[in-house]
Write a protein that binds this ligand. Structure first.
Ligand SMILES: Cc1cc2nc3c(=O)[nH]c(=O)nc-3n(C[C@H](O)[C@H](O)[C@H](O)COP(=O)(O)O)c2cc1C
Length: 206
């Protein structure tokens, strides 16, 4: 049996009820919901609309097992029906940069987009511009967690893994950078209550 989203949560409810969940109900992800969550995450903003993020969805149990091994055996990977690997590919972004120019801007916009990116990143090395690409992908990573929660799913963001092993497993080029792994499914536990600094501790009003 698969799960289907009922009514989407409000943004406020999605934020309030998102907790890191490390034990999931053992049922496959609904394919339509998964696709919709990825579509919503793709609506994240990015500088110059670069959209550097890329997603690899792992559902195959054998691949998931190897992913878990690359993540120091963290069991939430094996527990989740799917794991979304979120990474940035700045080199692909640069190679196909015209695709990110808004169609309303026409040929002039496409040429302008190329010029902008060549000017900004032409003088940088792969690692340096890769870092910039990752800062954009991190925005989509945040959107992804809330989109999932909004449709009734749960996640746990993860950076505890060996990037080289994940690159090798998923046959990703060396230059890609990871925003994180995101096990996703329906919660089989409640997670911890929020424990956060209060607003005064982290904010200065001018
Ligand atoms: C970038 C990032 C990396 C994280 N890596 C891991 C991880 O490798 N393993 C894990 O169990 N939790 C990981 N977490 C989850 C945090 O421990 C969790 O978000 C934090 O304690 C706050 O709890 P909450 O998500 O339930 O609000 C990570 C969270 C973030 C944002």
């Amino acid at each position: 049996m698969t799960a289907t989203a009922t009514r989407p949560l409000t943004v406020t409810d999605a934020i309030e009820t998102r907790h890191s969940i490390r034990k999931f109900v053992q049922q496959p992800m609904n394919a339509d919901d998964l696709r919709e969550i990825l579509r919503l995450a793709s609506l994240a903003p990015s500088a110059w609309n670069a959209q550097t993020w890329r997603f690899a969805v792992v559902q195959n149990p054998e691949v998931k097992e190897q992913l878990q091994a690359a993540a120091y055996g963290q069991p939430q990977i094996g527990s989740a029906p799917a794991v979304i690997v979120v990474y940035s590919d700045m080199e692909d972004t640069l190679d196909t940069v015209e695709d990110t120019a808004h169609p309303g801007m026409g040929e002039e916009g496409r040429a302008g987009q190329r010029k902008t990116f060549n000017g900004a990143f032409g003088g940088q090395d792969v690692a340096q511009r890769g870092q910039w690409g990752l800062s954009q992908a991190n925005i989509a990573f945040g959107f992804l967690m809330l989109a999932a929660r909004g449709l009734g799913y749960d996640t746990v963001p993860m950076l505890g893994f060996q990037p080289d092993k994940v690159r090798e497993l998923l046959k990703l080029p060396e230059h890609v950078q990871f925003a994180g792994l995101l096990p996703i499914g329906k919660r089989a536990e409640d997670g911890f209550p929020h424990h956060r600094h209060d607003v005064e501790r982290v904010t200065t009003f001018y």
